[in-house]
Design a binder for this molecule. Structure first.
Ligand SMILES: Nc1ncnc2c1ncn2[C@@H]1O[C@H](COP(=O)(O)OP(=O)(O)OP(=O)(O)O)[C@@H](O)[C@H]1O
Ligand SMILES: [Mg+2]
Length: 385
């Protein structure tokens, strides 16, 4: 036990009606080597006033005229102050001692056994400090986790905004220039009689077509314009494209054809399906995938299942893997969450979003004016995604 005695003066409030007992107690503490500053009081109003000051401990008699140790303990609890409380009294009987301890008294000491006083006081002060240090550490850890969560969410939103801005630039600058080039090359082809020139132009147009397709592909990956046609259509399209690209059977089903979702939710669901499918190609060794979209009891559920090798805790703890961690953060931006289950039959990833919570999350978004100002870069404002 580290004793605070050698480091500082202990401030002790003493609830005691006998001047003599107070002097004896003080002498005992000093004999025990404690540097102690003690104040004696013996009434409720004095006690309440004293509680406004800082104390390292309270030592209290059990019976006081018009007041009692147990009442003082209750008042201490009600005040919310975190000060160790020790009962130092004549014989009070086992029941009363137990009740006092149950009510939060750190210890009970009979006045005829003062030898225990110093160790008991030091122990109570020490235990209280340790407990407070734990509470402080827990609180700081909680705050730091919360800050990290907010940062992660902020990063997700910034990444989407950045992607949308790049997609827009590609669309306006690169796309615009390519279209103008296309137009000019077609004009040259129409106005030239030279077969060599027309052949060159035809070849240039072919290259240009590839460049236009490439820029559209990049744009799509940056910002899924298909979402403007609704989440159901977008996921249908995603699963068909996945099947074509990978050769894995991918089945999409939904219990509705269209969904009216709060802003932000479709993009979260879309990115979740995208990451789940990427994981299937990268890790699952599956032959079949299914994507299911349902709304039941006001909750949107997106389920992506594969029949691959499954995953375990170690997979999810990989230091350099951020896909699934990012999905948890993404889901929380709209008040939802992600569950993963895995077994011999493969892996299932489920995104759940209570739609009312998502409405609230959307309501906490920037004000209308701020939205208008940021509409140029905020993808969740595009086409009411
Ligand atoms: N469908 C799946 N089948 C089997 N294992 C999977 C599946 N999805 C994920 N895993 C395992 O879980 C790990 C973590 O996935 P996560 O998506 O978080 O990261 P990652 O895909 O490795 O990297 P990235 O950060 O690029 O997404 C993967 O490395 C893989 O071992
Ligand atoms: Mg991944």
């Amino acid at each position: 036990m580290t004793s605070p005695d050698s480091q500082r003066t202990l401030r002790v409030l003493h609830l005691e009606d006998s001047e003599l007992d107070h002097a004896l107690t003080l002498a005992q503490l000093k004999r025990g080597g404690l540097d102690v500053k003690m104040q004696r009081i013996d009434s409720e109003p004095e006690f309440l006033r004293a509680l406004e000051q800082d104390w390292d401990a309270i030592i209290s008699d059990y019976n006081l005229p018009g007041f009692s140790g147990l009442v003082a303990l209750d008042l201490l609890k009600a005040s919310g102050r975190d000060i160790p409380f020790l009962l130092l009294s004549g014989e009070i009987g086992e029941d009363a001692a137990v009740e006092a301890m149950r009510n939060g008294s750190a210890d009970y000491l009979p006045k005829n056994n003062m030898a225990r006083l110093v160790p008991a006081l030091l122990h109570a002060v020490d235990a209280n400090e340790t407990r407070r240090a734990h509470l402080r550490a827990d609180r700081e850890l909680g705050e730091s986790k919360q800050r990290l969560r907010e940062l992660a969410q902020h990063l997700q939103t910034s990444i989407e905004a950045e992607r949308a801005a790049i997609a827009r630039e590609i669309h306006d600058d690169v796309g615009g220039s390519l279209s103008a080039l296309n137009f000019d090359l077609a004009w040259i082809a129409r106005h030239s009689d030279s077969p060599a020139v027309r052949q060159r132009v035809a070849s240039a147009l072919e290259t240009l077509t590839l460049a236009i397709e490439a820029s559209q592909r990049v744009m799509h990956n940056l910002r899924p314009a298909i979402l403007e046609q609704g989440l159901v259509a977008a996921l249908q399209w995603m699963s068909a494209r996945f099947e074509r690209r990978t050769g894995l059977a991918c089945r999409f089903s939904s219990d509705r054809e269209t969904l009216d979702l709060p802003p932000g939710v479709p993009l979260v669901a879309y990115r979740t399906a995208q990451e789940a499918l990427t994981n299937v190609t990268k890790h699952a060794l599956a032959t079949r995938v299914s994507i299911e979209l349902t709304v039941a009891a006001g909750t949107l559920t997106l389920e992506v299942s594969d029949n691959g090798r499954g995953l375990d805790r170690d997979d999810l703890a990989k230091e350099r893997s951020f896909g699934i961690r990012g999905l948890h953060e993404r889901a929380s931006t709209v008040g939802g969450w992600v569950d993963l289950s895995s077994g011999a039959g493969g892996t299932t990833l489920i995104l759940s979003v209570p739609l009312q919570a998502a409405e609230v999350a959307a309501g906490m978004a920037p004000s209308h004016e701020q939205e208008l100002a940021s509409a140029q870069v905020n993808p969740s404002n595009w086409g009411d995604l």
